[in-house]
Design a protein around this ligand. Structure first.
Ligand SMILES: Cc1cc2nc3c(=O)[nH]c(=O)nc-3n(C[C@H](O)[C@H](O)[C@H](O)COP(=O)(O)O)c2cc1C
Length: 319
């Protein structure tokens, strides 16, 4: 099953809490994203069957292959959460061991687990026992806590030995958060040390960079996060780049029709007034660098109506 998933280097949409909701995922899928992962979902919330938490694990068939990412620090709770998710029929479960955000690490979860590899091993072992290998289990982590504790190699090998079916590495330290540049040499090194597939992640924001990461590191897939915000076509372009070394440019026509499709997907899940508000930040991403973008964004930030939003967009983005 896992080998089927990795027949060719895959293009993943990264989990971005607050951004990669179902609407954005469906949009990326329609533009070539090949594997999707949920935003991180609290294992504690899942086992309490909290409706608010469970909603983050919901996906549609159109989003598959789809993984649900869980975070937490108690191996038994994590295993129960994975078991709870089996009836949702995800294609895999992913464990977040990379999140550097304070409210996550103070609970011993996310990147805090890189400081306690033995606990991380127990989490993977318990989850695998609960899943009985019915679906693959992956782990996403960083290069280490800080530059003095770069333990990605040892950590990755331990995750493999504990039963992880594949791994995703974002080669920054937790201390770095999102500053500096991710160090792709860590991806290359870890790939050479593992027998399970490795997904590379970090700072891919163009089709050229997607190809470069695959070539430089020999990884089995590329995961794109911030590079897809306002540019969901990056997946289709990257696939083209990998097969023909060139890709179709994006015209204003495609830009406008993509934003309209994004709005359509969002309206499937949320009421109109919420979508109008949420599209403000999305339109910032879509119009970055465009002539007259500041004026367009200013007008959009002041509208509460979908009709007005659509007319500002079609006027502002006309050819
Ligand atoms: C706003 C935001 C939210 C994120 N949420 C998650 C998350 O829920 N789970 C996770 O594993 N990583 C999360 N990440 C990290 C990304 O998945 C990814 O590892 C990181 O952004 C580097 O990739 P990129 O340069 O392609 O964005 C988040 C990053 C950002 C900027």
């Amino acid at each position: 099953m896992i080998n089927d998933l990795f027949k060719q280097p895959l293009l993943f949409l990264a989990p971005l809490a607050g951004y990669t909701d179902q609407a954005f995922r469906l949009l990326c899928k329609s533009m070539g994203a090949e594997v999707m992962v949920s935003e991180m979902v609290s294992a504690d919330g899942l086992i309490r069957d909290s409706a608010k938490t469970v909603q983050y694990a919901i996906f549609t068939k159109e989003e598959q292959p789809f993984g649900i990412q869980i975070f937490g620090s108690d191996p038994l709770v994590m295993a129960k959460a994975a078991e709870f998710l089996l009836p949702f029929k995800p294609d895999f479960i992913d464990v977040n061991m990379g999140c550097p955000v304070k409210k996550v690490i103070k609970r011993g979860a996310g990147s805090a687990l890189m400081q306690d590899p033995q606990l991380a091993v127990s989490i993977v072992t318990e989850i695998q026992q609960a899943l009985s290998h019915q679906i693959p289990l992956s782990v996403k982590f960083r290069s280490g806590i800080d530059n003095n504790n770069l333990n990605y190699l040892d950590f990755g090998k331990r995750m493999e030995a504990a039963g992880a079916d594949f791994i995703c590495l974002h080669p920054r330290t937790a201390k770095q958060m999102f500053s500096g540049k991710s160090d792709w040499s860590h991806i290359k090194e870890l790939k050479a040390a593992l027998t399970i597939p490795l997904i590379g992640n970090g700072d891919v924001s163009s089709p050229e960079e997607a190809k470069q990461m695959l070539t430089e590191t020999n990884c089995d897939g590329v995961m794109i996060g911030r590079g897809a915000l306002g540019k969901p076509w990056i997946f289709r372009q990257s696939r083209q780049m990998l097969s023909t070394n060139s890709y179709d440019p994006i015209t204003k026509d495609i830009l406008l029709s993509t934003i309209l499709r994004h709005i359509d997907f969002a309206l499937r899940f949320k009421p109109e007034h919420v979508v109008v508000k949420e599209m403000r930040s999305q339109i910032c991403f879509y119009t970055k660098g465009l002539l007259g973008a500041a004026e367009l964004r200013n007008r959009i930030n002041h509208t509460e109506s979908m009709d007005e939003l659509l007319s500002i967009l079609s006027l502002g983005l006309k050819l």
